[in-house]
Design a protein around this ligand. Sequence first.
Ligand SMILES: [Zn+2]
Length: 520
Amino acid sequence: MVHFKSSTMLPCALFALFVPLLVAAQSPEGTISGPTTSTEAAGYSCDASKCQLPNCNCASVKPPGGLQPSDVPQFIVFTADDAIQSYTLDAVNQFLAHRKNPNGCAPKMTYYTSLGYTNYSLVTDWFVAGNEIADHTVNHVGDPSAGEINGNLIALNALAGIPLASIKGFRAPFLNYSVDTLKRLYESKFTYDSSASASVPVTDPNSDAFWPYTLDYGMANDCLEVPGSCKGEPKLPGFWEIPMYAFFDNLGAAGPHLMDPWLDNANGASAINDTATLEYMKNTFTAHYNGNRQPIGLYTHPIHVSRSVPGSTASNSTVNMINAFLDWAQNQQNVWIISSEQLLDWVQHPTPVSQLDQLSSLKCSTPQVDAKICNGMPSSQAGLIQHCAFPDFPFYTCYGCPQDHPTVEKPNPPQQVADGQQARFRLPQNCSTPFWDPIKGECICTSSTCAFADGSRPIGPNGANLTGGGTGTFEDPASSSTTYVPFNNALPSVSLDILPTLILGVVGAFIGTFGVISRF
Ligand SMILES: [Zn+2]
């Protein structure tokens, strides 16, 4: 796929390791250089009389639900990709922690998480604070196998205690997805993908800046790039695409900036110029705001703008510029900073700005938990988190250190349990994260307001060993040599699935290593 250009296939795991060296040299992943679709290539048609909200929505530049643009909030979708570490959360916090939305609540964002170098207890904390945790594969690979997608889901459930029902979304590493990727997500009961580019300005009559839409009538973005998609394919009823909306500099359609626009040169210049970047970000925002109010996206790789990571070369000027953009945007009426899942909820329930206080997904959410349990609330987990001292990347978890790092083949390894110690209990399907005590194996929710049942993904025949509570210890010796059964209860196709992944993983690691050597 041509447009998913990335200067390197360096996996994020390696990237994180060498980040102090690489920040300056590395081009970001997720850049585009021009339109990725056309009306002709899309060949899109959708029957709006049959395709109706909340479970079907035709691709359209017009707001959902027939709302007038003046009744539509201007959403800024804030996302981050790759490993969750203290450094990356620091980076996000420098943009969001001091902000409030128009209803006085703290903004939420979506973290597309890959597992290498991820600190699982921070994932739990970030999630319990109300942010969305989504899938970005185990090993940060493009065009991922089902194992890469589902292994991430299982490991985040097992070691970070994220309910399977809450892991709704996916973004492909390098934005490199295929029709098969979308089908795999559909089979694994994901709600949405957010890997496609909206690459034509909203001021162009053929803009592809569609509001999120379902794939009942196929894809309408990236039609020039993804073989076998568009012209009605793939048909995945009820499965959503949340396009990623590019910014455009003075070159217009020839100057798109998708992820981390602050790392790009504006207007064809030969160096980064934060002033020029700020100007075109404002111009694109205004075009959306004065038009059909399609969302604006700040799609970040936070490590690039982390000032706490050792050896950081992040520019203060760039960080200040991003905050200046958000300050400026928030000074306008009806501007909200939200996560992908909040955007999707609004699209499914299009609510005029005058009634937004009725939409529960935009409300403040702070679970009330006072008990000292290891649950993702920093005040109640001090001293209870376990340190998993793997030499290459140590991490913390409430859910019991595994014997090995999660892998595609074994996304939920057995726990390491010291002599005389009790294994920790993984999140069951009938308790939500803030109320689960993984030490006692007890749900402290006693009221209907915190009641929870996760029926999002039926567990396959041996899936009970992998998700939905327990201690992650395999009781059936036969099952420890297999992986897991897909969530759709299909027969295992493990051997076919893993082999190419293993090969890709080895090749990827080699290329990554070679890339590092060749750069230095
Ligand atoms: Zn990534």
